[in-house]
Design a protein around this ligand. Structure first.
Ligand SMILES: [Zn+2]
Length: 65
């Protein structure tokens, strides 16, 4: 069995020179391209968006009944 999926998870392609850069490296070692910092807030925003949508949907259904 190969464990290539783990490798894929740990790297990202540099948009400047297409080199696979480790995910914990913020800068490409080949061309020096700086990756934008991942924002964990966006995940929370998505979660809150889903919760608000559910609440709105619930209110809508309550209003219809
Ligand atoms: Zn690069």
């Amino acid at each position: 069995m190969k464990i290539e999926s783990d490798k894929d998870f740990g790297t990202r392609e540099c948009p400047s020179c297409a080199t696979d850069v480790e995910i914990n490296h913020n800068r490409c070692p080949i061309c020096g391209y700086e990756f934008p910092h991942p924002t964990p807030r966006q995940k929370n925003m998505k979660l809150w968006g889903a919760i608000i949508m559910l609440i709105l949907l619930g209110l809508l259904l309550l209003g219809l009944w």
